[in-house]
Design a protein around this ligand. Sequence first.
Ligand code: NAD
Ligand code: UDP
Length: 319
Amino acid sequence: MRILVTGAAGFLGVNLCQRLLDDDHEVIGMDNFVSGNSENLSRLSGHPKFTFIRHDVSDYIFVPGKLDGVMHFASPASPNPSSPFGYPNLPIQTMKAGALGTHNTLGVALANDARYMLASTSEIYGDPLEHPQKESYWGHVDPISERSVYDEAKRFAEALTMAYHRFHGVNTCIVRIFNTYGPHMQVDDGRAVPNFITQALKGEAITIYGDGEQTRSFCYVDDLIEGIVTLMYSEEHYPINIGNPEETTIKQFAEVINKLIDNGSSLEFLPDSRGPGDPQQRKPDISRAQDLLGWSPKVPLEEGLQNTIDYFTEQLNIK
Ligand code: NAD
Ligand code: UDP
């Protein structure tokens, strides 16, 4: 297939493009580097089946030649206001990537009669009142909080994707991605995994927002990408959760990283600057992915974290 991947310079984009190239597809990556890193692309550039277009997906998209697939991953994704490219600092760009970017990429899929994937998120469930989260749950989202620029853009994007499927017959699918970590995450994007690993590698205090009793379920990137391509190659149209259902409190998670790195860091509990919207619990119900795609995550947490620590060690030049 000949596939357009937006957000190609980002964490998931780079891992996804690499996997598609390994599967022998031709890949056109697109990014405007608002939260991604041009160095990330060095892994892909030079591959005979990879080309790159620097472009903002919020503007009209033109890709020469026929496409068989469009995968829309472009969006700022870190909720941390202390990172310059966290979405609270890019509120309008985030809404435009989810709204206009989704509209433009759906238009490309329609014009090409291509399979389309929207990268959605567990954030569409908001601070969930149902646990674990099934795809049938409608969510609990504050439409005007700082997080809303991301949550509501993704909810709009899902609605638009289903409208293109129902009204225009576009062959769409929607992946609801839960917290994922691994190589090619940006060191300074402010999410828990890069923060905790870089703090521990530098021997600094590990910053925990609030009491650390909030939960997340972390999936290793190779598992996630396997789920994503399996969904892309399938005929499913309705949203599917892809994530690892192993749930941990943030405090326990920080302790695992601290133990693996073993550099004498302490845990520092800070007031949560991210406001009341920080979801208190999150864990995917993955029975739809298991039943319809035959997919489950396989990589144990400590193994995935060790690979990620090795990557960050290299990035930070720490021996
Ligand atoms: P990332 O920030 O590393 O990558 C996103 C990429 O999109 C960046 O390279 C950025 O420059 C690019 N981008 C943003 N706006 C753009 C625009 N208008 N035009 C062109 N490019 C643009 O984030 P990520 O973790 O790789 O996330 C990728 C996608 O997966 C996002 O849509 C995100 O919402 C979704 N997602 C990720 C996670 C996760 O745990 N990583 C969880 C849920 C959903
Ligand atoms: N978190 C934290 N310290 C940090 C970064 C994040 O305690 O330095 C917490 C954050 O408050 C949230 C969880 O870790 O409860 C996961 O945050 P992340 O930014 O990775 O992603 P989210 O799941 O909130 O989108």
